[in-house]
Design a protein around this ligand. Sequence first.
Ligand SMILES: C[S@@+](CC[C@H](N)C(=O)[O-])C[C@H]1O[C@@H](n2cnc3c(N)ncnc32)[C@H](O)[C@@H]1O
Length: 257
Amino acid sequence: MATKKDKAYLQQFEELDFDGFKNLAKNNKLSKYEKIGFPDEYRKGYEEAIFADILTKLGLNTESNVAGKTYVDIGPGCSDLPFMLIDFFKTKKVNIVLCDSAEMLDLLPKGKNIKKEEGYFPNIKGLEKYNNKADYVVSYSVFHYIAFSSCIYKFIDTALNMLNHGGIFLIGDIPNFSKRKRFFASPAGITYHQNYTQSKTLPKVDFNTLDNGKIDDGMLLGIIARYRNAGYDVYLLPQASNLPMTNRREDIVIYKP
Ligand SMILES: C[S@@+](CC[C@H](N)C(=O)[O-])C[C@H]1O[C@@H](n2cnc3c(N)ncnc32)[C@H](O)[C@@H]1O
């Protein structure tokens, strides 16, 4: 059986792009977690906690009167997480808009209040019809797949155009290489590395170097500056401590006042 240390097994999840995800979605030999690019052990048993963290960040734990509002998910995938979100919003009579490939969307439920917008966000035709209409926009564990192949500002600008006043855009589960380095340079990171590798070696951490293709503090803090200057309230937030990659990933929330 493949484990997370099995190179060939892990390789199928490396360098994934939009088309790569389409192929995973069509591959019936894969589990629902593998279809969205994760070995089972990265997601299995964690999605309830991820769901709870998303609801907290959207301010939905206590908010009950959300009927008639609109929720947009950019890149929902097909594991339990989008089912939990769809179920939650459906029960609350919230309109749901799902943007992903046709192959991925085919694996998600249909319904009267569910609209499926097929294609590569932000290039999906006709998205302007949602401008100023969305109350919750979520793109979870997607940003790093477009960050170096697409224009991140076009991605975020387009999502923000959809937001209503009072709306929230959550860009979740962003791997921040600077955060990862800080972790692996710390005593907790060294212990984590030594347990994982079953060795006494130290993690390799290089500072003052250009990390090609990696999202870092510079990119994330730049995003905060750009959209604060554009009139939005923007925050970089930690993930709940019970999430699987809390030591190296974080979330951005953007509020439209
Ligand atoms: C790692 S999965 C995350 C799925 C889900 N959000 C989750 O966290 O469980 C990435 C998803 O984003 C989709 N995706 C990647 N780039 C996209 C884009 N530019 N527009 C729409 N969907 C995209 C993929 O097809 C895939 O379903």
